[in-house]
Design a protein around this ligand. Structure first.
Ligand SMILES: Cc1cc2nc3c(=O)[nH]c(=O)nc-3n(C[C@H](O)[C@H](O)[C@H](O)COP(=O)(O)OP(=O)(O)OC[C@H]3O[C@@H](n4cnc5c(N)ncnc54)[C@H](O)[C@@H]3O)c2cc1C
Length: 393
């Protein structure tokens, strides 16, 4: 960074060279500076989707997102479709494939980072890496940005510093700090798309079953999801649990149906004269290792079982209820729910309703999507809307 650039009054400064910041920088032509505290762009983006980047979902809609402002994301999503991002990849001959349920993956996430980096450079972008933004404030001609490398001035300021998930990749509390410094309400931030911890004695059983997975139906409030559930050393994970965690609030009950296709009570009653244990009777539907451990003392011989034992066994399988003791935390969460309250922003431009030239995009905002490419699509769609507005300034 030259002293000239330090003294310069920029058209736009974007804080954060993650998914949203990079995409925004490449989507409008005015000269801009991107400040990033990592040594390189898109550090998180490069590991998304297990290194293959689930970059969008062809079925994306507003109902795939959780936010205090339910309708906020509609306008940006209708102005930027999955096809718009696909076109970019096709133009650059970057191959991709559909994994399941509309989830589109690249073969190498790094190809997407490189594409966005080059695209931004072609659009008048100067990057300053290893530059931590410490504070931002309004200034007489726009904004003053205090960084570890000095003070920068800009007419327009875009906060694209993401949420709290995966601090090892650069995440931190800056988005919330910046929001508060402009008197923007911050919706409580919590880890989402994350494993859930089980209380004892369930935790010990989960530990015994750790590494095993099965199809299950999980209900949190009015949200019912079916998919793979994975037992972990301290509870549950796998896609169905990650999806459910998006809707789970601390202290709330969760219901798991380990055999959604069968009414276990009816089935066990039909076999009430069998000399076999419940685990054996259910073995054509469920692995015996699971049923033996899960039912524990309720795994009794059907012919001798009291009605209460049968009902207890059926409930443990068809409607197991518990209150998670917590989540696996921000270090393991794919996304942060909560963030800067969208009510402060114009949903078409992402500009603050009262502070001209101030924009928040991506995960910095209180918008979190389901598992399956929705969060990156939000990063692209919000960045696109913001860039269109900046282009006109
Ligand atoms: C392991 C993992 C896998 C994921 N896989 C997928 C997937 O396959 N599909 C999907 O849709 N979503 C996925 N996500 C979620 C997705 O990556 C995020 O929602 C998305 O990256 C958010 O984009 P963003 O630009 O808002 O934030 P980020 O991509 O997090 O970028 C924020 C940037 O700001 C920088 N920054 C922060 N504070 C400062 C500061 N004070 N000064 C300077 N720079 C700062 C950070 O270093 C970072 O580069 C995954 C998340 C994780 C953690």
């Amino acid at each position: 960074m030259s002293s000239h650039e330090l003294g310069q009054h920029w058209h736009s400064i974007i804080v954060g060279a993650g998914a949203a910041g990079l995409f925004c920088a490449g989507s409008f032509a005015a000269p801009k500076l991107v400040l990033e505290h990592n040594a390189l762009p898109g550090k998180k983006l490069a590991v998304t989707g297990g290194g293959k980047c689930n970059f969008t979902n062809i079925y994306v809609s507003a109902s795939d997102y959780v936010s205090r402002q339910k309708h906020f994301c509609k306008s940006a999503l209708s102005a930027f479709k999955p096809q718009d991002f696909i076109r970019l990849l096709e133009e650059q001959k970057i191959p991709f494939y559909e994994k399941e349920a509309g989830q589109l993956f690249a073969y190498q996430a790094k190809e997407i980072v490189s594409l966005l980096d080059k695209r931004a450079r072609r659009q008048n972008t100067t990057f300053s890496y290893n530059t931590q933004v410490l504070s931002v404030a309004q200034d007489k001609n726009g904004f003053k940005v205090q960084t570890s490398k000095g003070i920068f001035y800009t007419e327009n300021l875009v906060i694209a510093t993401g949420g709290l998930s995966y601090p090892a990749l650069g995440a931190g509390g800056f988005s919330a700090q910046a929001a508060r410094s402009f008197n923007i309400d911050v919706v409580e931030q919590r880890p989402a798309l994350v494993g859930l911890r089980a209380p004892e004695p369930v935790r010990t059983i989960c530990k015994t079953l750790a590494g095993n997975s099965m199809t299950a139906q999980v209900k949190v409030g009015k949200h019912l999801q079916t998919g793979q559930l994975l037992f972990t050393h301290d509870g549950f994970s796998g896609p169905v649990i990650l999806q459910s965690s998006l809707f789970w609030q601390e202290g709330e009950k969760i219901f798991i149906n380990f055999l959604p296709t069968i009414n276990v009570e009816t089935f066990l009653k039909e076999n009430k004269n069998s000399p076999d244990l419940f685990s054996k009777i259910l073995s054509s539907f469920l692995p015996v290792k699971f049923t033996k451990n899960w039912l524990a003392h309720s795994d009794v011989c059907a012919a001798n079982a009291k009605k209460e034992s049968l009902l207890e066994a059926a409930k443990k399988i068809n409607c197991f209820e518990f209150i998670p003791s917590g989540t696996a935390g921000f270090t393991r969460a794919e996304v942060t729910a909560g963030g800067a309250d969208c009510a402060a922003f114009n949903p078409t431009t992402f500009e603050h309703k009262k502070i001209s030239g101030l924009f928040f995009i991506g995960e910095a905002l209180d918008v979190a999507g389901r598992l399956g490419g929705y969060n990156l699509h939000w990063a692209w769609a919000s960045a696109h809307a913001c860039a269109k507005a900046l282009q006109k300034k």
